[in-house]
Design a protein around this ligand. Structure first.
Ligand code: SF4
Length: 367
């Protein structure tokens, strides 16, 4: 059996086999390579499993804009707080966003002075709060990539069908789509990468097709992988082999979850509820066609988002999250890392989010 196509991803001895194969291909390549992953799940898995320690000299693993909380700009938090102040409604959010600073304060700060902010596990929980409080509007802060957007779309369809108290459910959509962000990233001169480990979860929804331009037009080797050590190592090996061959493609090494055409039902649900818009990314700025907002038919459910073309409010406190999200700085290169900025006293979202690059480095590399 060729070790490039291992399907038993739980077999520990494959880790050693793959690490040795990676070292051998890297030596044959004879030059350093820089590989970027763009998925918060991969960030945590790579550090939790100690993958960097298995790499030979010359292979650098870096992190891109794959953490949904981290790429959400401060202006979005500001807009959510303004909505809460002016509407008197209830703000609902995933827990990771709760401590992320806006330009002046976080949702946590605002809750401490009396604004009603509730942490939920899904948009369905937020709709349930709307049903239970018919005298108030309830907004769900919808962030995340193609992975989370289908559940928000399903909740919106439910609320529209239901009417009554559910019609006071609102969505502030800052959903983002991955392919356009990757296009902006590979076009940026400062971000020199030799290969992309493509996001596993996003790819279960969109499939492999939407990434093809990265290999065909930009010449970047790409590989979709899962989250086990064997998956990740197979992805790295695939990228190195593409570098050796000099023929970049999009390989799918996560076939047990990702189909070429993705998940048609989820995509269809997203198309019914969302339209493609420009979006503001922390660290990357405004990227055309990289966001999702509610379609006009669902305008009654929309809570207004900030204009994506306006510059995002600058982060003070010396935070370098923007550079970390572009792969320009590694977390330990931020002057605040592990000093003024720790998980207990975070200065930026990359340390706050459970999928943030700084949190991953701090937790697994700084010990
Ligand atoms: S260490 Fe803290 S301040 Fe520095 S980039 Fe990471 S999250 Fe931002």
């Amino acid at each position: 059996m060729s070790i490039e196509y291992l399907d038993n991803y739980r077999e520990p001895r494959y880790v050693d086999m793959l690490a040795r194969r990676i070292a051998s291909v890297s030596e044959g390549l004879g030059r350093p390579v820089r590989l970027m992953e763009v998925c918060g799940g991969h960030t945590m898995a790579i550090h939790r499993f100690g993958i960097p320690s298995l790499m030979p000299p010359g292979i650098e693993l870096t992190t891109g804009p794959g953490c949904p909380v981290c790429v959400t700009p401060p202006a979005y938090i500001d807009a959510a707080l303004e909505w809460g102040e002016t509407s008197g409604g209830i703000i609902t959010t995933f827990g990771d966003l709760y401590r992320v600073p806006g330009s002046a304060e976080s949702l946590e700060d605002a809750a401490a002075r009396g604004l009603e902010v509730r942490v939920v596990y899904s948009p369905f929980d937020a709709l349930q709060i709307a049903r239970a409080t018919p005298d108030r509007e309830v907004v769900f802060l919808a962030i995340g990539f193609e992975t989370t957007a289908p559940a928000v779309a399903a909740t919106l369809e439910m609320a529209r069908r239901e009417g009554g108290a559910a019609s006071r459910f609102r969505v502030m959509s800052a959903h983002k789509t991955m392919p356009r962000a990757l296009q902006a990233l590979v076009a940026a001169e400062e971000v020199a990468i030799d290969g992309l480990i493509l996001p596993g979860h996003v790819s279960t929804i969109i499939g492999s097709g939407p990434y093809r331009f990265l290999a065909e037009d930009h010449g970047v080797p790409c590989c979709i992988t899962g989250f086990e050590p064997v998956d990740i190592l197979q992805g790295i090996l695939s990228l190195l082999q593409q570098c050796v061959r000099g023929t970049p493609v999009v390989e799918n090494r996560y076939g047990r979850a990702v189909r070429d055409k993705g998940n048609p039902k989820a995509l269809d649900m997203m198309r019914r509820c969302f339209e493609v818009v420009d979006s503001q990314w922390r660290g990357l700025g405004c990227i055309g066609g990289s966001g999702l907002d509610l379609r006009e038919e669902l305008a009654d459910f929309r809570a207004p988002c900030p204009d994506p073309r306006e510059a995002s409010a600058a982060m003070d406190r010396g935070c370098s999250c923007g550079e970390v999200l572009r792969g320009v700085l590694a977390p330990p290169q931020c002057p605040l890392f592990a000093g003024a900025c720790t998980p207990e006293t975070p200065a930026g979202p990359c340390m706050i989010s459970s999928e943030g690059a700084c949190a991953a480095h701090y937790r697994y590399q700084s010990a």
